[in-house]
Design a protein around this ligand. Structure first.
Ligand SMILES: [Zn+2]
Length: 207
């Protein structure tokens, strides 16, 4: 009886240092290539083609696609900060909360949320851009907002609540606006009462 089959052999293509999402730190990696071989009596004989390259973390042994080598957590953090900021600005324009007190509340919320300061000029410039006739803040909120996890959305809603509260308004008004904003962020309408309770708690902690 002739025993034949196929097997994958892995060879090292390169090494380096990368940001391992599993270790959540920099770690050495090995870039490997898997090649499928035709085997006869379990001996690899004929290469059947490359099965692709992958990155293996030498520390946790996790494997990732090659794109991981372009992953930069600092860059991602900056992009998140910018997106959160733009959503808050879009919210302010959409709900006409663009007064001096609102701007100050936005700055406060931003620094609580992201642990970094944003100058008044930048908030005002962004507001101006978002108020241009061809800008549609609700579209921005709907498209960008969807990229955030629920927890992040709740944080954004809490910031929005504190921005609304920068002026004297009644509770019903606050709740209505937060509700409308929650819907734009695609949070389940049925759970809004519960959501609003959580948002209020987070908002009070943010003050
Ligand atoms: Zn790792």
């Amino acid at each position: 009886m002739i025993i034949w089959g196929t097997t994958n052999l892995k060879s090292t293509v390169g090494t380096g240092i990368f940001n391992c999402p599993q270790c959540q730190s920099e770690a050495p990696y090995t870039l490997k290539k898997a090649t499928q071989f035709f085997t006869l009596y379990f001996i690899p004989l004929i290469p059947l083609g490359s099965q692709g390259q992958f990155v293996e973390c030498n520390q946790c042994k996790g494997t990732f696609t090659e794109e991981i080598l372009n992953y930069d957590p600092e860059e991602e953090e900056r992009a998140t900060q910018a997106a959160v900021f733009r959503i808050l600005v879009a919210f302010m324009v959409k709900f006409h909360k663009t007064g001096e007190h609102h701007v100050a509340a936005c700055q406060r919320a931003y620094s609580r949320l992201l642990d970094t300061e944003v100058p008044t000029e930048i908030v005002e410039r962004e507001l101006e851009l978002a108020m241009k006739p061809d800008s549609i803040p609700e579209n921005y909120i709907a498209s960008e907002g969807n990229t955030f996890a629920t927890e992040a959305k709740l944080q954004i809603l809490a910031s929005a609540r504190n921005i609304i509260l920068a002026e004297d308004v009644d509770n019903e008004h606050v709740q209505n606006l937060v509700g409308e904003f929650a819907m734009m962020l695609n949070l389940p309408e049925d759970d809004f009462e519960q959501i609003y309770e959580v948002v209020t708690e987070i908002a009070n902690a943010q003050m």
